[in-house]
Write a protein that binds this ligand. Structure first.
Ligand code: 2PG
Ligand code: MG
Length: 432
């Protein structure tokens, strides 16, 4: 037994930003150091991602976490007690072996991700370093402050499918610091709110804090975004650019893409042309899940046609899985990966996916889920790994703002020189 041996594990039910129950884990080490983590939850999910263990039944819409908590207090605690908290890969391998399923369905991805991250936090606490610097020190990475990717309008599964596209976002690669990027985004966010209010179309905010999308077409949302950027005193495509998450798996049924808002269906080719048109019309530099996870041919076609000028991010198709990253890279689909720790269920799984993407020269984007909490681990993860971008949702609601604010604190320590800015976006993508 050393100071860093895991000696205690507490699991409790807490609540996420949608008011749903989730799992919090607190791990204690022999030295007295502790680490705490909360599992987030997605709404638009890839079919191969780690699944949350939920109780089912009528209570709490079936979303109770008593079974996951029982697993944590029983088998997970028994497995982790006596292990070295610094040896994250051994801890995660033990969790994976205990679960024994490809999607963590026995122990629950919500249980494994909270346990894995709590161990990481405890190891950082034991080293008397903030998580970002502990990560950089143990992984040998150069920490940097990521470019924030911030939602202005939320749609898709996060807004009652009021518009088809899930995330209409801005990035400020022309900013000289994370702090400046947030300030510019704040102006755009509030300009967008004022435009909607003036049109009598304010409807509150969607799940991730973006304005509720009361639009007649998807293009109207795009045009209003351009209007908001302009109203904020910026020239679209100069220091501010657009980023989208189409979340196309949500639109894909029986081999076609159904755009509910505009009541039309598109084939894969039609969807490629539709989005390709937007790429010529608007200053879009990044597009996530343009085609569905099951439509690999579509993802390949889209990446082949547009991948030299736009970042094509795989979320549902890659589910933070190193093998899928390599497979899709070989096929020619995507050129960037979204990293969500709970999609794979362990810190080590997320690191493997990150490293696989880096080795391919791909872009790397650490992301929150639509169901979030006050947990700010991803701000540290993105900084410690030196990821290109951080995607957290919008510029409202404290489960989102907590993560942006944590990056401000980290930037204060690292200095604005550590801000990634436009660096990860190839010059051909961003002409500003
Ligand atoms: C996504 C995320 C965050 P969810 O699709 O990228 O926007 O959504 O957590 O619902 O999967
Ligand atoms: Mg997505």
């Amino acid at each position: 037994m050393t100071d860093r041996t895991i000696t205690g594990l507490a699991a409790r039910r807490v609540w996420d930003s949608r008011g749903h129950p989730t799992v919090e884990v607190e791990v204690a080490l022999a030295s007295g150091a502790t680490g705490r983590a909360i599992a987030p939850a997605g709404a638009s999910r890839g079919s191969r991602e780690a699944v949350d263990l939920r109780d089912g039944g009528a209570k709490l819409k079936g979303l109770g976490v008593d079974l996951a908590l029982a697993n944590l207090r029983g088998p997970v605690a028994e497995t982790l007690f006596g292990m070295d908290a610094v040896n994250q890969s051994a801890v995660d391998a033990a969790l994976i072996a205990l679960d024994g399923t490809p999607t963590k369905s026995r122990i629950g991805g919500n249980a494994t991700v909270a346990a894995s991250l709590a161990v990481l936090q405890a190891a950082a606490a034991a080293s008397h370093q903030p998580l970002w610097s502990h990560l950089a020190a143990t992984l040998g990475t150069t920490p940097s402050v990521p470019l924030p990717e911030i939602q202005i309008f939320g749609g898709g599964a996060h807004a009652g499918r009021r518009v088809d596209v899930q995330d209409f976002m801005v990035m400020v690669p022309g900013a000289t610091s994370f702090a400046e990027a947030l300030e510019v985004t704040a102006e755009i966010y509030h300009a967008a709110g004022a435009i909607l209010a003036a049109k009598g179309r304010s409807g509150g905010v969607a799940d991730e804090g973006g304005w509720w999308p009361d639009f007649r077409t998807n293009e109207e949302a795009m045009d209003t975004l351009i209007e908001a950027i302009t109203k904020a005193g910026e020239t679209p495509g100069k220091r501010v650019v657009i980023s989208l998450d189409i979340a196309a798996s949500e639109l894909y049924r029986d081999g076609v893409y159904r755009l509910g808002l505009e009541k039309r269906s598109l084939t894969t080719d039609g969807m490629c042309d539709y989005l390709g048109g937007w790429l010529t019309q608007y200053p879009i530099v990044s597009i996530e899940d343009p085609l569905a996870e099951g439509d690999t041919a579509g993802l390949v076609a889209f990446t082949t046609t547009h991948g030299n000028r736009v970042q094509v991010i795989g979320d549902d198709a890659l589910v933070t899985n190193a093998d899928l990253v390599r497979q899709l890279a070989t096929a020619g689909a995507c050129n960037a990966v979204l990293i969500k720790v709970n999609q794979t269920g362990t810190v080590t799984g997320a690191l493997e996916a990150f490293r696989a993407a880096r080795a391919l020269g791909w872009g790397t984007i650490v992301s929150a889920r639509s169901g979030e909490t006050e947990d700010v681990a991803i701000s540290h993860l993105s900084t410690g790994l030196g990821a290109g971008q951080l995607k957290v949702g919008s510029f409202a609601r404290s489960e989102r703002m907590a993560k942006w604010n944590e990056c401000l604190r980290i930037e204060e320590v690292l200095g604005p020189k550590a801000f990634v800015g436009g660096a990860p976006l190839a010059a051909t993508w961003w002409q500003g």
